[in-house]
Structure formats: C-alpha cells, structure tokens
Design a binder for this molecule. Structure first.
Ligand SMILES: Cc1ncc(COP(=O)(O)O)c(C=O)c1O
Length: 432
C-alpha cells in the first residue's frame, strides 16, 4: 500500500498556474518576465462591483449562506441566461460554484462511471482531460484542425460518439484557439448529438468567455437549439467578463432541479457555500446597466491587442497565426521555427525519458521563458493526448500593450537565435 491513491496519480494540471514558480525564480534574479501565460484579464474589477462588495462587507454579510448560491444571484443568472439564450431558466436549476472550473470535475464525478467515454476538444481547456483520467473515464479528444480554422463540426462529434459516450464538452469562445461557433454550426452539432445520444448524455457547454467577442460578433449557445435545454449543463461566471478571477464565482444551469440538488449537496460536502458578499457583487455585475460599458471597453482593448500581436507574429518567418474571434488568446503555429532553429532535431536527440515529458513546442516555450523572459504556454498544456508533434504556442493577450509589443519582438529575435537555442539545450536544464 502506497501513500497516495492510484486515482491521485492520474490527475493532470493547468500549466498556466504551474509555471508561476519558474517565472518567480527568474524575476527574483532581477529579470522582468513578460507574462503571456495566464488567462486573466489585466483590468481592475469594475468600480460598481467593487462598491457593492464593500457595501456588503460593511453590512456584515460575511456568514454561511445558501449552499446552492444566494437566491438573488440565482435569479439574476436565470434572467441573464433566459434573455441571452432564449430559454426558460429557473433559479432552482442553478448552482453557484467557486468559479467556472469546479463544475468541470464535479460533473464528471457525478455523471461518469469508469469506462464511460468523455468527448472534448483538443486543443482545449486542460481541466477537461485532466479530470477524465482522474474519474477513470475514457478520454475521447476531438482534434481541432488548423486548416479548418479550429472549428468543430457535427461530423467531428459524430465520429467521436459511441454507445459509451456519457459527456460532451464544448467551449465557445474557445480557450486556447479563440474559435466561436455560428448558430448553424451549433445546430449541426446538436442534431448529431440528438440523433446519436440518449437523454442521459450530458453536454457541458463552457461559455465562460461569452462576453469576449471581436469584430462585432454575437455569442451563440448550443442550449438555444431546440431540444438541447434538457441535456445541456450551461456554465459561465464572472472571472473573464468582469475581470474578476479572484472573486471565485461561477455557475451552472442544470437540465433538472433534481440534478441541481445533487450539485448543491456536493457544494455542502466540499465548500459549504461561496462568500455571500462576492455573490452580491456578481448579482450586481449581471443586473447593472453599467456592465455593458465595462465589458465593451475591455473587449475593445483586447481586439486592438489581438490585431497587434497577430500581425506582429505573422511577420516572423516560421510562424503563422490565425485571428481569433473571441476570448483573449492567440494560438500561433510555430512549426517553421521549430524546424529552422533545430528544435525538432534537438527534441529527437533527447533521451526517451525526457522526450516523454516534453515536446518541440515545450522546448521552444522554455527557451523563450529562460533565455528571452517571455512566458507562453505550449500545445500540450491544452490536451496531451495526440499532441506530441503539434507545434503551437498559446499567448494570452491579457497583458498590457507595451509588454505585448516587447514580447513579440523578443519572440522574433528568439526565432533566429540558433546559437542561443543550442546553448540552452546544452545546459540540459528546464527541458519540460
Ligand atoms: C474554458 C475555461 N473554462 C473555465 C475556466 C475557469 O474559470 P474560473 O476562473 O471562473 O474558474 C477557464 C479559465 O481559464 C477557462 O479558460
């Protein structure tokens, strides 16, 4: 008998958090790192939300509260979902969580038994794949292709579905590709799911980037397709829309009250409840007319940065990058650089035990971090299975414009620095 359970060995992680100590160690040596790794808007929480949270603290609203989420917030969420998705959401079917992340694992624990299959996009948010292995289900990644603009079609989902399918994860706007889905595309996916799956399959629609859309486009949800409300868990929260990642407020609308009760009980077991003063802040975030300007100003800035970074990256030989339509990431293909700099070659000459833990994109990511002080994320941080030979990086544009300009310049210089890369590999440090 070992110290840790077998299950605990199977959980993966979100590397965007994991590279924090590496960044700190570089900064402790006096170098400033340009942080394009984290998925959090670099804006303050809007003033009207802060004021409400402070007011609630002064009212001593600081005690245990309803484990399902305070009713006033659940009502605001139900109204927001009903108005924006054209459905009839009710507060009884909503559960508030400490962020949009916890329902990912809690849903897998609740809906999946070992051996069940879970479909998810790859590249995708890493926690989907991480939890699938933890709960003993079988991961079925749907690989999004660059040549198809990283879109997901009904046909892609069709070929992934089997009799064992239990959950299907969707994420539009998408992390890390910034892809969005049109109503036709969502209907195409919904038609396949309804044709192939029983009503006991759950679609997990992660819409945490619902407000971050570029070029004037609007958000669309699969839950708006006829018949989908009864099988879809719709998830969102305040982290991205209101630049409030530290507030830890997210929520899910479940198909039935009975399911919401199960998740309420999980909250009782795990968290008891979510801070009520922050929940009141989230309520005002959804209800106040001031929300529109706050979101609009942030999205405008992201769009300008997106254009700057994508245009900059596309001038670098060996890199090409599509223009994302939403979220705040860019996802360049660095295949040319990996060839030109000798990254692929260096990868192939590593001992098998190290090769297993790294990839060419990881080596370039580490070279950028430790030699050029630019923090990015490698492709395998967004789904490991089948990603070893895919040469992409994710850059978050949620960092100030001047730093982004510098970051792109440094990447351009790094992409020509064969000698520097050779020295980096020779040191045999930080290879994964
Ligand atoms: C797709 C996706 N879902 C969920 C989350 C988690 O959000 P939260 O911070 O609200 O838990 C993130 C955060 O990066 C995300 O990118």
């Amino acid at each position: 008998m070992g110290l840790y359970s077998k299950k605990s060995e199977r959980i993966d992680t979100e590397n965007a958090f994991k590279i924090g100590p590496q960044i700190r160690s570089i900064e402790e040596q006096g170098e400033k790192v340009i942080k394009c790794n984290l998925g959090e808007p670099d804006f303050p929480v809007p003033e009207f939300i802060k004021e409400e949270v402070k007011r609630q603290l002064d009212l001593d609203n600081t005690h245990y509260c309803d484990s399902q989420g305070i009713l006033s917030l659940r009502k605001a969420i139900a109204n927001h979902f009903s108005e924006t998705r054209g459905i009839q959401a009710t507060p009884e079917r909503i559960v508030v969580f400490p962020g949009a992340k916890p329902p990912i694992g809690l849903c897998q624990q609740t809906y999946c038994d070992p051996g069940d299959e879970v479909i998810y996009p790859s590249p995708g948010f890493p926690i989907y794949e991480s939890f699938i292995q933890y709960v003993g289900a079988k991961p079925i990644p749907v690989h999004l292709k660059e040549e198809k603009n990283f879109t997901l079609s009904g046909e892609d989902i069709d070929s992934a579905i089997s009799q064992k399918t239990k959950m299907i994860f969707l994420n539009f706007p998408s992390n890390p590709t910034g892809g969005v889905a049109s109503p036709d595309q969502l209907q195409d996916i919904a038609t396949v799911i309804q044709k192939r799956c029983s009503e006991e399959v759950r679609v997990f629609s992660d819409e945490v980037y619902e407000d971050i859309l570029f070029d004037g486009s609007r958000h669309h949800s699969i839950i708006s397709c006829p018949g989908m409300e009864k099988i879809t868990v719709l998830v969102s929260g305040v982290s991205k829309s209101f630049s409030w990642t530290g507030g830890r407020i997210g929520w899910a609308l479940f198909p039935t009250v009975e399911e919401a009760e199960i998740f309420k009980n999980l909250n009782i077991n795990y968290f008891s409840c979510i801070p009520p003063y922050n929940q009141e802040g989230a309520r005002i975030a959804l209800e106040s007319p001031l929300r529109h300007d706050a979101i609009h100003n942030m999205v405008e800035t992201f769009q300008a940065r997106r254009d700057l970074v994508v245009d900059g990256l596309n001038t670098i030989k060996g890199i090409h990058c599509q223009k994302p339509k939403g979220a705040f990431y860019v996802f360049p293909n660095i295949g040319g650089v990996c060839e030109d700099l000798g990254v692929v070659e260096a990868f192939q000459s590593l001992p098998p035990n190290i090769r297993q833990r790294t990839s060419p994109a990881t080596l370039f990511q580490m070279f950028l971090l430790f030699t050029y002080q630019v923090a990015t994320m490698d492709r395998k941080s967004f789904g490991r299975i089948g990603s070893e030979h895919l040469h992409f990086l994710r850059l978050s544009i949620a960092t100030d414009t001047e730093s982004l300009k510098k970051g792109v310049k440094r990447i351009a210089t790094a992409s020509l620095d064969r000698e520097g890369f050779r020295r980096f590999i020779e040191k045999k440090e930080h290879l994964y």
